[in-house]
Design a protein around this ligand. Structure first.
Ligand SMILES: NC(=O)c1ccc[n+]([C@@H]2O[C@H](COP(=O)([O-])OP(=O)(O)OC[C@H]3O[C@@H](n4cnc5c(N)ncnc54)[C@H](OP(=O)(O)O)[C@@H]3O)[C@@H](O)[C@H]2O)c1
Length: 260
């Protein structure tokens, strides 16, 4: 007797994966938790395994923790291989729907004190980390018509003093996003940027621990307060979802109005 219906395995849609870098804290952690409500599997990337494992425990879907220093090209190449292996194992097909390039570092320095090493540090950790990973994952993104969200900064649009290296890399990230959006549009891969303002994360812990400084920082924002990591996570989720299906090469400011 022949059965004209599809076999069960043919009817099952591919597992939807998302990769989030810097997922052990701050914006990356909040993004992972938000994405875990909608994706089948997450791949959490960062340098500190313990922090990534805590995020994985809190997430609402299964997570793979992959430790990688994204400033090191060989480690990024290994990471790319591991991701390809992960998505091709198991009986159910899988696809990479979203990549969030969130990992980054911040260091405030007078320009005249900013050494070559300081510039290289920002270049490798804030720009090349995302460039290399995105390039390596192109085959998976192409196959899935996936989406990339780069986490830039208000400082990439409207810099402040003593942030030359950081702001230059975040501005470069915006320009790279726009170039890539044009290059990869024929593959239906969308690439967008979110530009957060001042967000309450471990990146600013030294300031947040001083109540008067914290009060000044809140007051300096047009909306009267710093942002929460979850508010950036919502914007990243929007840009990674079908709700933004005709949006590519854009920069979404989520900053309480400070870019104005
Ligand atoms: N907070 C803000 O006000 C603000 C504003 C605008 C933009 N941003 C951007 O938002 C992103 C997230 O920052 P955050 O505020 O959430 O700060 P955070 O809590 O310090 O998170 C940064 C994350 O990036 C990871 N990371 C840094 N360098 C890495 C590397 N080489 N390889 C792998 N992982 C690396 C860190 O991992 P480990 O902990 O394991 O080292 C950490 O989990 C950054 O790109 C930042 O520039 C932040």
């Amino acid at each position: 007797m022949t059965n004209s219906k599809l076999a069960p395995s043919d009817q099952i849609s591919p597992l939807q994966y998302a990769i989030i870098t810097g997922a052990g804290s701050g914006i990356g952690r909040a993004t992972a938790l938000r994405f875990s409500e909608a994706f089948d599997r997450l791949i959490l990337v960062g340098r500190t395994e313990g922090k990534l494992k805590i995020t994985a425990t809190e997430a609402q879907c299964p997570c793979e923790v992959l430790v990688c220093d994204l400033s090191q090209s060989e480690q990024v190449a290994n990471l790319t291989q591991k991701v390809m292996g992960l998505l091709s194992q198991g009986s159910r097909s899988a696809e990479l729907r979203a990549l969030v390039n969130n990992a980054g570092v911040f260091d405030r320095t007078d320009f005249l004190d900013s050494s070559d090493e300081n510039w290289t540090y920002h270049f490798e950790n804030n720009l090349m980390s995302a460039v290399r990973l995105t390039r390596g994952l192109f085959p998976l993104l192409k196959a899935a018509k996936g989406h990339v969200t780069n986490v830039s900064s208000t400082l990439g649009l409207r810099p402040v003093a003593q942030t030359a290296a950081y702001s230059a890399m975040k501005a470069a990230m915006i320009n790279w996003t726009q170039t890539l959006a044009l290059e990869w549009a024929p593959y239906q891969i969308r690439i967008n940027c979110v530009a957060p303002g001042l967000i309450e994360t471990p990146m600013h812990q030294h300031l947040l621990s001083q109540p008067e400084v914290r009060a000044q920082m809140d007051k300096a924002q047009p909306l009267g307060r710093m942002g929460a990591p979850q508010e950036i996570a919502e914007a990243i989720y929007f840009l990674s979802s079908q709700a933004s299906s005709w949006t590519t090469g854009s920069v979404l400011s989520v900053d309480g109005g400070i870019h104005l």
